[in-house]
Design a protein around this ligand. Structure first.
Ligand code: ATP
Ligand code: MG
Length: 256
């Protein structure tokens, strides 16, 4: 692992990059996952590498949905397994959700390695190897576990592919996405869109769950009922615009 000095101006971002590279070296993250991370980094830059207020709102609503769910499932891919294994396990534990490995570039060996990686970070049972049910999709993200994603009422899909996200919504599920691009097909089709880096989002959600776990069902319902996902998307785009404008002005370049 390359040493990143902690006074480096891009320290956090570079540390995250190192984790993804480690994921590839451990053969849990695909090579394509590196490129996906790059697309995420670009959007994180635009958004100011912080949790914007509307993302924190979406994260609380996501937690409310997960807490009232009958059968919550957290979908794990190679990028999230490399970046946030401990937070995934913590969130699943305090929510009482199942973890299920689901991959675009699927092989049983890689599913197995990710399951072992999650177990090394404290996970109990992890689904994904059975693959005994199918969503109506032409790629391998269609392969799911009958008792997991297929039967779930609420699914958290950090870094999802757009067409599977839409398919899960079409099946009547509540779908919560984490995606830094507010214009991706995933972001546009999810029930709750969290426009935040998965590294910040998962930590925030663990924290919010600890706070909200004692809330009544009615309190959680009212958090959900007052939520408007279109507003959250608009706010993320506004945040990008404002961040670009401020940065442009700081550099003495005229904003047109
Ligand atoms: P879609 O299929 O939803 O239209 P896409 O094809 O543009 O999206 P994918 O390659 O399917 O994108 O997945 C990568 C997505 O994940 C990108 O939208 C990217 O912004 C986002 N992403 C990558 N890394 C992170 C991260 N660390 N945190 C949050 N989002 C991320
Ligand atoms: Mg895609």
């Amino acid at each position: 692992m390359t040493h990143i000095p902690d006074d480096h101006p891009r320290y956090v971002s570079l540390k995250i990059r190192e984790k993804i590279v480690e994921g590839v070296q451990m053969a849990i993250t695909s090579m394509q996952g590196l490129v996906a991370q790059g697309r995420g980094e670009a959007f994180d830059y635009l958004i100011g590498e912080r949790t914007i207020e509307s993302a924190a709102v979406a994260e609380r609503v996501a937690v409310a949905y997960l807490l009232i769910a009958q059968k919550p499932v957290i979908s794990v891919n190679g990028n999230t397994a490399a970046l946030v294994p401990r937070a995934l396990v913590s969130l699943a534990d305090i929510i009482g959700a199942q973890l299920e490995v689901n991959l675009f570039h699927r092989s049983d060996a890689r599913v197995h390695r990710i399951i072992e990686h999650l177990k090394a970070h404290g996970a109990g049972n992890v689904l994904g190897l059975k693959g005994d049910a199918r969503l109506d999709l032409s790629h391998d993200r269609a392969i799911v576990d009958q008792e997991g994603i297929y039967a779930a009422d609420v699914v958290l899909v950090p870094l999802e592919d757009g067409d599977r996200c839409k398919k899960l919504v079409d099946m009547g599920k509540i779908v919560i996405s984490v995606d830094l691009n507010p214009l991706s097909r995933t972001s546009l089709s999810a029930t709750v869109t969290i426009v935040d880096n998965v590294t910040r989002a998962l930590d925030n959600m663990v924290q919010f769950t600890k706070e909200m776990k004692k809330d009544s069902k009615e309190q959680l319902r009212s958090i959900i009922d007052s939520y408007d996902n279109r507003k959250i998307l608009a706010d993320a785009m506004y945040a990008i615009q404002e961040n670009l404008k401020n940065q442009t002005e700081r550099e003495g370049i005229e904003w047109i």
